[in-house]
Design a protein around this ligand. Structure first.
Ligand code: ATP
Ligand code: MG
Length: 446
């Protein structure tokens, strides 16, 4: 560290390198020369003392300069610092009970890498009442806000948890094409793109590819984007979302419901262990993970009809209608199972009990759909029959149908939306705040 103290101040990095993150500035470093880097989150002038709070990815540190104790030049520089500027501070650590982590830094040098040119249009701490579009227009700065930092740290843990869990369960991580020739499920709105001299589409789901891959790897998962032209403006639909897709050979939908439930339990346990500070800040208990209840679709329709909802068997269940389910079902995870075949995609296998019902499930959190899954059809003739019934152009699925001549195993799987899961876990109402750079019908930048 003594080498650093001889350096002259300049605005580029030079030989300056961080020695500690701000969370590591504790009384145990008393009298140690340190160098921290980050952003100015506040500057306070107390007459003959300057207080600067520097924030980095780990938290914040307090820097205190006393007139007469630090050089006049440095004191003047600190006085002129602006919130959000990117800086490096060198100095000596002193214990201070009132400072973050019980210690502060007496500065001996400063580098201003980039001075903020204007104040931010929103507060960085606590909640903000600035409209979401103002924040999204300056998303990179918005993402520095405490609230979003906590949400996205939890997102990171969810992804880590999913990978850890599925790898332990002998799944292979795969990636499937996002530029595709035909729609996966028919009907749904796709984004057309130019593919050399042909029209192609952005993939709405890895569905058919992940099913094919059970032939080669048995158990596969993919974490990747799905693209859906959703023309309506809602708080739970994006044009580009991240889907966690899981597919497994030699199992059925009941096995996949158990796997999904276990996976969510694993994630929540990991968040409790890794994101204690974020949970405390967000002030909420994590959703309960006691065993998820299963409600057959038919039963749900009956309950809703009894409550006066005008819903007919065979129709999709809207969030509005689902609000009328019992209170215990509106505040926790639960499955709705055995949906009418007519409202599920062609690759979902019919129930042995009835032709009108299929082996399918949606995982719900309150009125929010988190995931859809099912047992898939693995016989070609059944698949052809269903495709014809749904009016799909069989010729354009030739690339898919041909693998069914070579032993597609019985298989089942699900897709779960990462943003929706993050919304449920962090009690976020608008999906845009569970997305770094959301895309919707009104937004293509930043
Ligand atoms: P919804 O009925 O809510 O529009 P869906 O039934 O069309 O969803 P699926 O095709 O079942 O969606 O996709 C599986 C999961 O992917 C959904 O349960 C959801 O978590 C997520 N998902 C689907 N579409 C979107 C979207 N437009 N934005 C965000 N997440 C989505
Ligand atoms: Mg669905």
């Amino acid at each position: 560290m003594s080498k650093l103290s001889n350096l002259v101040e300049e605005n580029d990095l030079g030989e300056w390198r961080r020695t500690h993150y701000s969370s590591e500035i504790t009384p145990s470093l008393e009298n140690v020369d340190v160098l921290i880097m980050g952003w100015v989150s506040s500057v306070r002038d107390h007459g003959n003392m300057q207080f600067v709070i520097l924030t980095d990815r780990s938290g914040s540190s307090q820097i205190v300069a006393k007139k007469g104790e630090c050089s006049e030049h440095l004191y003047g520089q600190l006085q002129h610092l602006k919130q959000h500027s990117s800086i490096a501070i060198r100095g000596v650590v002193k214990p201070q009970k009132k400072a973050p982590n019980g210690a502060e830094i007496m500065p001996s040098g400063l580098k201003v890498f980039s001075m903020a040119k204007k104040p931010a249009p929103f507060e960085m701490q606590g909640s903000t009442n600035v409209g979401i579009d103002t924040r999204l227009d300056l998303r990179a700065l918005d993402l520095r806000r405490d609230h979003l930092q906590n949400i996205f740290q939890i997102r990171h843990t969810i992804l880590q948890g999913i990978r850890e869990f599925l790898v332990k369960q002998n799944f292979t991580e795969v990636d499937t094409p996002k530029m595709i020739a035909t729609s996966t499920e028919g009907g749904a709105a796709l984004f057309p793109i130019f593919f050399y001299d042909r029209e192609a589409f952005l993939a709405q789901s890895p569905q058919l590819y992940k099913e094919q891959l059970t032939m080669a790897f048995e158990n596969v998962f993919e974490i990747g984007p799905i693209f859906r032209a959703e023309p309506s403006r809602t708080n739970k639909h994006l044009s580009e979302a991240i889907s966690i897709d899981v597919e497994k050979a030699f199992v059925d939908y009941n096995d996949m419901m158990s796997l999904l439930e276990e996976m969510i339990g694993y994630i929540i346990t990991l968040i409790k262990k890794k994101n204690r500070d974020a949970l405390e800040y967000l002030e909420f208990p994590l959703p309960s993970i006691s065993s998820f209840q299963k409600y057959p679709y038919t039963e749900v329709v009956e309950i809703l009809q009894e409550k006066g909802e005008r819903i007919k068997w065979g129709e999709d269940l809207t969030s509005l209608a689902l609000k009328n389910l019992q209170p215990d079902k509106s505040s926790s995870f639960y499955f709705i199972t055995d949906w009418p075949s007519s409202i599920k995609p062609f690759y979902v296998r019919n129930s042995i009990k009835s032709e009108n019902i299929c082996e399918s499930f949606d995982l719900m959190y309150g009125t929010l759909e988190l995931s859809s899954g099912s047992t898939r059809i693995n016989r070609k003739h059944e698949l052809l029959e269903r495709m014809k019934k749904q009016g799909l152009n069989i010729g354009s699925f030739d690339y898919h149908l041909r693998v069914f001549d070579y032993g597609v195993p019985p298989h089942a799987g699900f897709g779960i939306g990462l943003e929706r899961l993050l919304m449920a876990i962090t009690k976020t109402d608008n999906i845009r705040d569970a997305t770094l750079y959301p895309r919707d019908i009104d937004r293509l930048t930043p």
